[in-house]
Design a protein around this ligand. Structure first.
Ligand code: IMP
Length: 206
């Protein structure tokens, strides 16, 4: 059995290999599996979008090589930031917020600006990650993970990516851009959803 993860992001692949490595399956990115194609994420939730991606990539593999598809599990994720005071914006539009090509310095400053004068107890936010799997034979699995925090008052930290420099973790007194990658993986939305998916897949492969 091989696992193809529907991403082109090497950082994500490293995390995925770390968490799913114990399953004894070969873990490939789309590129490594020779799969090419863009799938439109037109769902309304993180879970829907991750399932749309997983099904889309499974179809691409099946159309290219039906035999290979019988030996393949496709995984896909969808993630983003929900800010409660902003009615859970940017949510599923996190990557597209203010335009895909806008820098995260601008996106992060914009969110801080929109929360100007809002007290800490109303600055609650969370990162959410949904992971979906399509197995040979059509079985589908889904998991979801959260990491709770509050939106900081300024950008802080150079680790992580995206909205990490404004995502303040009260239990650390730091943003998720100021903790180590290992610390983040242990508590992150993606880490939680991936570990839960690893357990589900272990049971399927047993
Ligand atoms: P995706 O890769 O299409 O799921 O897009 C997720 C988007 O949500 C990213 O581009 C970031 O803007 C944001 N995001 C998701 N997870 C994180 C995280 O761990 N830190 C910072 N930003 C994140």
């Amino acid at each position: 059995m091989r696992i193809v993860f529907a991403t082109g992001n090497e950082g994500k692949m490293r995390e995925i290999r770390g968490i799913l490595g114990g399953l004894g399956a070969e873990i490939l990115s789309m590129k490594e599996a020779g799969v090419d194609g863009d799938i439109e994420e037109n769902g309304t939730t993180f879970s829907e979008n991750s399932m749309i991606k997983a099904r889309g990539v499974y179809e691409l593999i099946k159309n290219a090589d039906a035999k290979a598809a019988q030996e393949t599990i496709v995984l896909a994720d969808d993630s983003g930031l929900e800010v409660d005071y902003l009615n859970k914006e940017p949510g599923i539009y996190s990557a597209r917020y203010m335009g895909r090509d806008t820098s995260y310095t601008e996106k992060n400053n914009n969110i801080i600006e929109r929360l100007n004068g809002v007290p800490d107890e109303k600055r609650t936010a969370r990162f959410v990650c949904a992971i979906s799997a399509v197995l040979p034979g059509g079985k589908e699995l889904s998991t979801i993970g959260n990491m709770e925090g509050i939106i900081g008052h300024k950008i802080a930290g150079t680790g992580g990516f995206g909205y990490d420099p404004i995502f303040f973790l009260p239990q650390y007194g730091k943003t998720s851009a100021e903790i180590s990658a290992d610390e983040k993986n242990a508590i992150s939305h993606r880490g939680k959803a991936l570990r839960e998916m690893a357990e589900l897949l272990k049971a399927e492969l047993a």
